[in-house]
Write a protein that binds this ligand. Structure first.
Ligand code: PMV
Length: 318
């Protein structure tokens, strides 16, 4: 039986995506900018089957994750007029669905795998548009390196795709320490949380405006390999995004006491002269942005905090 294996990396946004302007086409309210993580990988095998069957980490999936993938397969069949069912077997080398961007790398790998299996010859722009229909941030995981996802303006979503702006070789010293404080599923899916925020948060439009403005500044900071600037912008954008969640009705909070502990440690280390900054997505885990030369010292400080795991990552290639 013919099968294809695709491999992609997770990404974390330095300037975030939070909220859709079109739920069906998965069109974002704003442009976002991310970095791919070479240590966080999804490997997905796809083959034709009598009916759709989805395995994640060797377990047949049910519930929300299953619905997400089934919906995507439905969109895929319709878009490319393919009358086939698929067996999808996806393995993450990192915790799934706890805000570590597993849906980004998962749906991007699936899009790449289906492209091969069905011999569609889609280019990276088309793959990004396809992956976006599975999970917004998946549009960015088609690429490695530093990636920009254009929000686009067209109603059909044809200009809402991601593209690479810098390869990993541009900044090999840039490191991300992923601090896993909790491996369980998120308290609320990002899809639902975004809907609540867009609908009810009174400061949401301010964040969108400010965050859009930070894109240009972030690109300049990456050009200059200026960690201080990159870190400050990323931290600010993350804090503002979480503030939109907290001021929604009902209020949404992904952080735990451990999240705050890690934030305090990062702030303390930075005050002591170690260049490090944090960013947090839809979950309690923290990603520390730093440079290779500070990595060991940060890891040794993190050893004093109980029950956490750390994954050190560079920028993903290609
Ligand atoms: O693509 P989703 O639905 O997993 O949303 C991702 C949202 C954030 O991770 C919080 C921000 C981002 O830009 O990745």
């Amino acid at each position: 039986m013919e099968e294809f294996v695709a491999c992609t990396n997770a990404n974390i946004a330095l300037i975030k995506y939070w909220g859709k302007r079109d739920e069906f086409l998965m069109l974002p309210t704003k442009t976002s900018l991310s970095v791919g993580l070479d240590a966080l990988k999804t490997t997905t095998k796809v083959q034709f089957s009598d009916f759709d069957k989805i395995f994640i980490n060797e377990q047949e999936v049910q519930g929300e994750a299953q619905i997400k993938v089934l919906k995507f397969l439905h969109v895929f069949r319709k878009k490319f007029k393919i009358d086939k069912f698929f067996l999808v077997d996806s393995v993450n080398n990192f915790p799934t669905a706890s805000g570590l961007a597993s849906s980004a790398s998962g749906l991007a790998a699936l899009a790449k795998g289906l492209n091969e299996l069905c011999s569609l010859n889609l280019d990276f722009k088309e793959l990004s548009i396809l992956a976006r229909r599975g999970s917004g941030s998946a549009a960015r995981s088609i690429w490695g390196g530093f990636v920009l996802w254009h929000k686009g303006v067209s109603l059909d979503g044809s200009d809402s795709f991601a593209e690479q702006i810098f390869k990993s070789v541009h900044w090999p010293e840039f490191k991300i320490i992923v601090v896993v404080v909790q491996e369980s599923k998120k308290i609320i899916s990002s899809t639902q949380a975004m809907q609540i925020t867009v609908k009810t948060c009174k400061i949401y439009n301010d964040w969108v405006r400010n965050s859009e403005r930070r894109i240009r500044q972030m690109i300049d900071a990456i050009v200059d390999k200026n960690l201080e600037k990159v870190g400050e912008l990323a931290q600010l954008d993350c804090l503002d995004m979480h503030e939109t969640m907290r001021t929604s009705t009902p209020a949404i909070n992904y952080w735990t006491d451990k999240t705050i502990k890690i934030i305090e440690l990062v702030n303390k280390l930075r005050a002591g002269g170690i260049q490090c900054y944090f960013t947090i997505d839809a979950g309690p885990n923290v990603k520390i942005l730093t440079l290779e030369k500070h990595q060991d010292q940060i890891l040794s400080e993190l050893k004093n905090i109980e029950d956490i795991k750390t994954i050190v990552s560079g920028v993903s290639g290609d």
